[in-house]
Each structure stands twice: as C-alpha cells, then as structure tokens.
Design a protein around this ligand. Structure first.
Ligand code: DX5
Ligand code: ZN
Length: 245
C-alpha cells in the first residue's frame, strides 16, 4: 500500500476557533485536513460551505505537490456534487471527493432540479480534473464496492479517481461506532489496486486502526479520536505507525 496519509476531520474541531484548529493540527503532524461538507439533504446534518473553506485555507499553507502536506480533502456529502466543483476549487479545495450515490440516479428519489445536476461518476471525475483538483469517489456502507470496478478501469486516466473513500459509518455525524463490516470492500480494492489511495472514514482511532490498516487502507480520517485526544500529536503518530508498519 502507499504510505500513510493522516487526515484529521475538522468536524470535531472547535468551530469557534477553526482557523487556529486547522493550523495546529497540521503542526501536530497531520498530512491533510479532512473537510466534511454536508448539505442537510444528502445527509441529515449541515456544516459549512465555500466562505468558511476560504477562511480556513488561509491558515494552512497550500500543498507544494499533489497529495502533499496541507491538502484540503473535501468530503462532499451533498446531493448536487457537480454544482459545487468550481466554487470549491476557488475556495481552495485540493481533493474533491463526491459520493457515488449522489452522482447517479440510483440515489434516493429527489426533486427534478437535483436529478438534472446528477451526472455519471466518470463524467464528474473528468470535470473535477478539468478544474484542477484531485478527484475522489466515496461509497456509503450500504453501497457495494462492485459499482467501482468499471470506473476504476476507465481507459482514460482523466476519468479515473485518484482516491476511493470507503465509509466505515453512515455519513452525517462524527463520533459514531466503526463498522468493521465495511472492511471487505477495502480488502477487495487493495487486492486489485496495490497503489490506489484508499481512504477510510468513521470511527477510526487507536482501537480500530489495526483492522483498517490490515485491510489495506492508507488514508486515515479521524475526527473525535484526534480532536478529543489529550495529545493529538501522539494519536496522529500512532495512526501513522499502524499503517506504515
Ligand atoms: C461523518 C464524516 C466523518 C466524521 C468522522 O459523516 O464523514 O469525517 O467527521 O468522525 P469520527 O472520526 O469521530 O468518526
Ligand atoms: Zn468525512
């Protein structure tokens, strides 16, 4: 597997001091910042949008290379992922990770206005790349990994994702219990793609990292485990060691 990338989720940070929380986490050893964008529609919770991302971006140095330190990993839990690509690029997003379920018509019933903005995952990946960002595709616990094979095998690299996010909780809230039942999806991806960045998100911490690392995950999101820790630097180091061991 590729080297560990530790991406604390700022969903568990102190929102009253968000800029400082972001720069502090990076100085404590985080590689990326995982930025959870929720629209109250795709998931039953609301977080923040581009104006907040712009402000926190200025507290963290831009990565000097693709996947580098300071990468803003935006996890788009929104019903209209295509609509927000340009705005998030302009706000300073480096990696735009949309949900497969939101990009396809197989998602739950939705108003016409929304279905018009749905687009095939391949087309959306290309659009994200054309806008100068890395592209990620996320699947919820109930979505089969089998939907991804065709996308990962796209003949043109522009249509292939740079990262797959396997959710290990139902998206929407921090602090939920890790679902080990999602790990076979990580194993299946790692077996076929030794070099792929595979991210796991939800319930990760010192007690669950070994299972996730053994399955083959290398990009580790952790919200409550990092921001709730007495010594966040120690937790970040522990997560990294578990992946790189
Ligand atoms: C949940 C979010 C996660 C969340 C993880 O919908 O996607 O990124 O912040 O929080 P923990 O690590 O506390 O489960
Ligand atoms: Zn997330």
């Amino acid at each position: 597997a590729p080297p560990a990338i530790i991406a604390p989720s700022i969903l568990s940070a102190d929102f009253g001091n968000l800029g400082h929380e972001c720069s502090r986490t990076i100085s404590q050893g985080a590689d990326w910042l995982h930025v959870d964008i929720m629209d109250g529609h795709f998931v039953p919770n609301l977080t923040f949008g581009p104006p907040v991302v712009v402000k926190i971006r200025s507290h963290v140095a831009k990565p000097t290379e693709a996947y580098g330190k300071g990468t803003f990993d935006c996890h788009m839990m929104i019903a209209e992922p295509k609509k927000w690509v340009k705005e998030f690029k302009n706000a300073g997003c480096d990696l735009y990770c949309f949900h497969y379920e939101a990009a396809t018509s197989s998602a739950a019933e939705s108003p016409e206005a929304i279905s018009e903005l749905k687009t095939s995952p391949r087309e959306l990946i290309r659009y994200i790349h054309d806008n100068g960002m890395l592209a990620g595709i996320a699947i919820k616990p109930g979505t089969s990994v089998d939907v991804l094979w065709e996308i990962l095998e796209s003949p043109d690299a522009k249509d292939r994702p740079d990262m797959v996010l396997v959710m290990t909780v139902e998206p929407g809230f921090g602090g939920q219990k890790f679902m080990a039942s999602c790990l076979p999806k990580v194993e299946a991806l790692r077996t076929r793609y030794p070099d792929l960045n595979i991210e796991v998100d939800g319930g990760l911490g010192p007690g669950t990292i070994d299972q996730a690392a053994d399955a083959g995950a290398n990009v580790i999101v952790a919200g409550s485990a990092v921001f709730g820790a007495k010594d966040p630097a120690e937790v970040i180091a522990l997560l990294r060691e578990a992946v790189d061991k």
